[in-house]
Design a protein around this ligand. Sequence first.
Ligand code: NAD
Ligand code: UDX
Length: 467
Amino acid sequence: PVEVKKIVCIGAGYVGGPTCSVIAFKCPHIQVTIVDLNQARIDAWNDPDFNLPIYEPGLVDVVKACRGRNLFFSTEVDKGIAEADLIFVSVNTPTKKSGLGAGFAADLNYIELATRRIAEVSTSSKIVVEKSTVPCRTAESMRTILEANAKPGCNFDILSNPEFLAEGTAIDDLFAPDRVLIGSLQSASGKSACESLANVYANWIPRDRILTVGLWSSELSKLAANAMLAQRISSVNALSAVCEATGANIDEVAYAIGKDSRLGPKFLKASVGFGGSCFQKDILNLVYLCESLHLPAVAKYWHAVVEMNEHQKDRFSKKVVDTMFNTITGKKIAVLGFAFKKDTGDTRESAAITLVNHFRAERAHVSIYDPEVTESTIMLDLTNYGEISAESVQKNVKVAKTAEAACCGSNAVVIATEWDEFKTLDWQKIYDSMDKPAFVFDGRLILDREALIKIGFKVTTIGTGAI
Ligand code: NAD
Ligand code: UDX
């Protein structure tokens, strides 16, 4: 196998940035360059004060330790490609907005453009690694494009190496992953390329956690893992509705079923609905794949996971309206948390967006606080990236600088993200500052319900019937 000395990563986003920073950190003998077309993003990665473009616990320390040593961020995509022995393709693969498969299929345009660039500027052989999440058999299309455009003497080995990190815990996940998955063709050169990449990871990951499989299995495993994780949440959220109707408690049910070693305790937290850039996109991608393969029953099965998630968000919004005497028009609602989960500033597909849109449709006044999400990001999300006028959103949405300020004078507080700081707020003080009756809707099951009731709040919690 080739000894990898220079790596380039195309795409300096939530995956490319942390993943390749950790490779640089753990492999001081390898030069790692992360390239992106987005100048502002690269500037932020190079910021002298380390105000990096993404918030991720522990990331700054990793970047501080190796930026300028063996870790570089640049917009010189071609130069990065030309110099590297191994190329990670970590560009975005969003759901297609128009054309064939709109609303379901992955938009592979960024993958294709990056692949064509690799063929165009490479003057030596390369290992090309799919890091982005892609539909099954994308590696084959990449190979066809590379081979059709390669310069004489340039060979390309294509590997699939999907990323399993979760945002908010990315650095811990990358330091000690449950597994690293590498898919390759089972040819001699495919296996040798696989070994080259495995040797990079083996600098810090035990060999028995580096799994090597066929290309298509690797690609499909990524979609399968996300589909099954999301399915667990939709299952627990579906049960939360049964709990609310019967007086059972979803945390107790989750605890009881999680004790079964076949099920395990993790990923059973009921919520306002899952968000994030991956789950919905990857399931829809799987649904599209199944439909293309003439497997409508399989497609329908997985689609139900997304439908249940939509239902959960709608159900929660409706509960807020119902509980507040069937109208929230003109009432002030504080929404605590806007990120799709705690410990990230990422809001892609955040349930909070849907909730606020529902509250706006009912003509409520919404006041939002999130410790990591900026006002400009919130406005981009609520205007649907400029589709709705900012003035119309600003008429009934305010962004507050603290949780207390968001809650002051409100009729209700809605917990949309499970930030730890919400657990230790001075809830008595918040109660005193609110209109009465003061409502709390805990969409993340993080607050002490009994304590809040004692203070005087009317409390509604996901997955908990009236007591
Ligand atoms: P992102 O949008 O944050 O980053 C992608 C970056 O690629 C952008 O900065 C964009 O400018 C850049 N880019 C696009 N085309 C380019 C080109 N031709 N040349 C140079 N740069 C280019 O996306 P992300 O969240 O990092 O996700 C990347 C991939 O990883 C997706 O396929 C996603 O499904 C997958 N993934 C994401 C996560 C996650 O937690 N976000 C986890 C696992 C896998
Ligand atoms: C997910 C996968 O976990 C990760 O392996 C993959 O690489 C990318 O997609 P991510 O979306 O970053 O990671 O975060 P995750 O922790 O999976 O949470 C996704 C959503 O599910 C969040 O909105 C979270 O709040 C929600 N969730 C998670 C629940 O509602 N309940 C749970 O028990 C767990």
